[in-house]
Every structure is written in structure tokens, then in C-alpha cells.
Design a protein around this ligand. Structure first.
Ligand SMILES: *Cc1c(COP(=O)(O)O)cnc(C)c1O
Length: 336
């Protein structure tokens, strides 16, 4: 099967599996896992933060961030399309009693500052207390401009808000901009990074922030059932992913462009309404095309795709190459 549904489908390669098999481990809830400790120390320094926490997932890392920045009855500003608003089962509200205040994302994925400013609540007991702005980069495969991040920092300083980045795919943004990760992370009070997407680790995310912030998040992680024991087996995979799989994200981006160009050759398929900036390709599919039948035929031919969305989405990653893309395009043409 060649799988274009997401970069979460990437599997650990042999070198990563070997590192996992040989990982020094201990009980991380006692603080005894040398591989987790090494990853957390290394990642904090690498991203320009005081401390880091290894988490079970990006969803968990975002929830810990929101609950560490905000108390019950506080509010966070975020995008209407934000993962930590739309796709995390309402966790901040359900488990944190934190009110989301979503703002319509501009076409480039940014949140306009006039709209954000208008949504900040006055200090009055009728309102929730606005505490945090949460951004996402990349968002829908688009890269937030560095100048926007600097403005967001100034905006938050002015309004006394904390600034969080859902950086599930922040390395895709850094590679697309050809900057070091710290050119992005330097603007934020906290940031998450998914190790299990394009970076190719099997499980896990990082939460980065100040020492006090991470201490609070560590307590909440335990509360949420995220205190893992010999988690070093996973942490070494995450560290290898960060050390070895960042630069190759550029191949995924080039392959996404390649895929977009090829898809545009097929009648009824168009990427022209969307900008391919990283590894995600959005595609409009004409109404007369039977998506269910196409999906079945592609499955029969060894391809997994998600055609249901409007637009449909194709994702490139380390386990698909140009030949795989060519094969997909041929199979699509034949199936139609
Ligand atoms: C995937 C993703 C997450 C959540 O990560 P999981 O590890 O799947 O829980 C959070 N934010 C964004 C932007 C993502 O793409």
C-alpha cells in the first residue's frame, strides 16, 4: 500500500528500530529514564526554551499547553481552523474548562490582529479572562510569515497575553523558509512539535516552554494518564527523527509540487485554488467524478487516499517517492 492520507502513516526505518531496541530506559515517572531525560534536555536547548516535556501525542501536548497557560474560566484565542480548537475533541473546554475564542483564519492561515484585538474581553466579571493566543504553523500546509510571528509577539506583549504555537509541522515551515527552527520558536512562550508525522518517529510529541510552565504541564500530564514508564524506547526514536529527518522534509515539499502538477493533468482535478507550500496538496474534484468508486479502485490498486474532504487532501512524506506518485497518477487516470 502506498498511503497519501497523511504523514502520520510514516513507519520507523531499520536504524530507528535498532536505536529503539537498544535504548537505555528507566521509569520516567520517577524521572529515571535516561533516554527521555536526554531528549527533553536536548530538545529544550535545541529550540531555545528552558525546558521540554515528552508527550504521548500532539493532542496531549496542546491540551497540556492550554491547561498550563490558562485556568478554569480563562479563554484562548485561536483560528477557526486550528487543530487545538476543531480537531481535538474540544479537550480544552471539556477537561480544562477553558473557553476557546475562535477567529476566522485569513486565506494565508494568519489571524488578523484587528479581529484578535476585538475579541479580547475587557476586565469585567461578565467575561472570561482572555489569557492566550494560540497559532498553528504550518496551518493547512501553509507557512506563517516570520514577520507575522514577530507582530504576533508584539501584539501579545501589548495585550498581556501568552503566545503558544501548535508546531505539529513546524519543521516543515522551517525547511520551507530555509531558516533554523529557532527563527520561528523564538517568538513563542510555548511550542509543540509532532515527532510522529513527517519526521518519522512512531509515537510522541514535545512540549517546550519555561521551567515553571513545563513543571505544571508535567503534573497535568500525570493527571491525564500520560505518565509513561520506559518511554525511552519512544524518546530515542524522537531524538533520531529530529537529528536525522529534518532536512529530508524538503524532498516531501518538492514531491508535493510534483504531485500537484501531475494531478492538474487529470480532467476534473485541480489544485489551482490552493498554494502548495509544504507537503500538503489540496485538490478540488469535479462533482461528476464518483469519489467513492475512485477510492475503491485506488484501494484495489494499492493506494490509500482521502478523497472525502472538500477540498480533498494528498500528503507527501518519507514513505512515498516520485515513482509512487507516478504510479498513483496512472492508477487515477486508469480508474477514471
Ligand atoms: C496532527 C496534529 C496535531 C495532533 O497530533 P496527534 O499526535 O495526532 O495527536 C496537532 N496539531 C496539528 C496542527 C496537527 O497537524
Amino acid at each position: 500500500m502506498i498511503d497519501f492520507r497523511s504523514d502520520t502513516v510514516t513507519k520507523p526505518d531499520q536504524a530507528m528500530r535498532d536505536a529503539m531496541a537498544n535504548a537505555p530506559v528507566g521509569d520516567d515517572v520517577y524521572g529515571d529514564d535516561p533516554s527521555v531525560n536526554a531528549l527533553e534536555r536536548w530538545a529544550a536547548e535545541r529550540h531555545g526554551f528552558d525546558a521540554a516535556l515528552f508527550t504521548a501525542s500532539g493532542t496531549q501536548a496542546n491540551l497540556l499547553a492550554l491547561m498550563s497557560h490558562c485556568e478554569r474560566g480563562d479563554e484562548y484565542l485561536c483560528g477557526q481552523q486550528a487543530h487545538n480548537y476543531k480537531y481535538e475533541a474540544g479537550g480544552a473546554a471539556v477537561l480544562g474548562s477553558i473557553q476557546p475564542q475562535p477567529i476566522e483564519n485569513a486565506p494565508d492561515g494568519t489571524l488578523p490582529f484587528e479581529k484578535l484585538a476585538a475579541a479580547i474581553k475587557p476586565n469585567d466579571f461578565h467575561f472570561a479572562r482572555t489569557k492566550l493566543l494560540s497559532l498553528e504553523n504550518t496551518i493547512g500546509g501553509r507557512v506563517l510569515p516570520l514577520s507575522y510571528l514577530a507582530e504576533a509577539r508584539m501584539f501579545c506583549n501589548k495585550h498581556q497575553l501568552s503566545l503558544h504555537l501548535d508546531g505539529a509541522r513546524v519543521y516543515n515551515a522551517a525547511v520551507a523558509l530555509d531558516v533554523d527552527i529557532t527563527a520561528i520558536s523564538c517568538h513563542f512562550d510555548s511550542m509543540t512539535v509532532c515527532l510522529s508525522k513527517g519526521l518519522g518517529a512512531p509515537v510522541g510529541s514535545l512540549l517546550l516552554g519555561s521551567k515553571a510552565f513545563i513543571e505544571k504541564a508535567r503534573r497535568l500530564r500525570k493527571m491525564l494518564g500520560g505518565g509513561m514508564r520506559q518511554a525511552g524506547i519512544l524518546a530515542v526514536a524522537g531524538q533520531k527523527a529530529l537529528e536525522e529527518n529534518v532536512e529530508r522534509l524538503a524532498e516531501d515539499h518538492a514531491n508535493a509540487h510534483y504531485l500537484a502538477n501531475k494531478i492538474n493533468e487529470i480532467e476534473g482535478f485541480s489544485t489551482h485554488n490552493y498554494d502548495v507550500q509544504t507537503n500538503i496538496v489540496y485538490v478540488d474534484i469535479a462533482d461528476n467524478i464518483d469519489r467513492v468508486r475512485l477510492n475503491m479502485r485506488l484501494m484495489d490498486n494499492g493506494f490509500r487516499v482521502s478523497l472525502n474532504g472538500a477540498p480533498a487532501r494528498f500528503v507527501t512524506h518519507k514513505d512515498v517517492n516520485r515513482q509512487g506518485i507516478d504510479a498513483l497518477i496512472n492508477a487515477m487516470k486508469k480508474s477514471l
